[in-house]
Design a protein around this ligand. Structure first.
Ligand code: HEC
Length: 133
């Protein structure tokens, strides 16, 4: 950029010296904004993912349905080391015998990243006084 600018300046002024040009320029180095804080378009929150992945067919936030309420899951796992990772795995693999006789089918349509986002959201429900409604 600067080289081109200097050339243009020199052409316009004919015999202008490079020193004059540089001191007269005063143009800041170009700010390359490409890739800087590009908006994460399409990134969904945990709750959005729960809605779009049909989890609510079996789960509610505050009440037992086919599966346990998300708030109850949050309370069981809150504060445990590795809880988010464990829940992310449990979401994708499903399982049985942890909450009752009804099994949860595997959810392979949920990507590992989405499962982590959902697990993180579920765990926020354990915060005291948090009202998700
Ligand atoms: C067909 C019904 C059904 C669907 C659909 C379903 N679940 Fe479940 N889920 C269950 C049941 C039943 C359990 C309890 C399983 C058990 O007792 O081990 C459960 C358990 C869980 C648990 C607790 C796992 C544990 O180890 O304690 C989480 C977290 C969970 N579900 C999240 C989800 C999410 C997120 C989705 C959507 C991607 C989803 N579920 C979809 C029925 C379902």
């Amino acid at each position: 950029m600067r080289v081109i600018g200097l050339k243009v300046f020199a052409i316009v002024l004919g015999a202008a010296s490079v020193t004059t040009c540089a001191s007269a320029g005063g143009v800041p180095e170009s700010h390359d904004l490409r890739g800087a804080n590009a908006p994460a378009s399409g990134q969904l929150t945990g709750l959005d993912l729960i809605r779009t992945n049909n989890c609510l067919a079996c789960h509610q936030v505050n009440q037992k349905r086919v599966g346990p309420a998300f708030t109850l899951i949050a309370q069981r796992f809150a504060g445990q080391a590795g809880a988010a990772e464990y829940l992310a795995g449990a979401i994708r693999q499903g399982g049985k015998g942890r909450w009752g006789p009804v099994p949860m089918p595997a959810q392979p349509q949920v990507s590992p990243e989405q499962a982590r986002a959902i697990a993180a959201w579920i765990l926020t429900l354990a915060a005291p006084g948090f009202n998700p409604s």
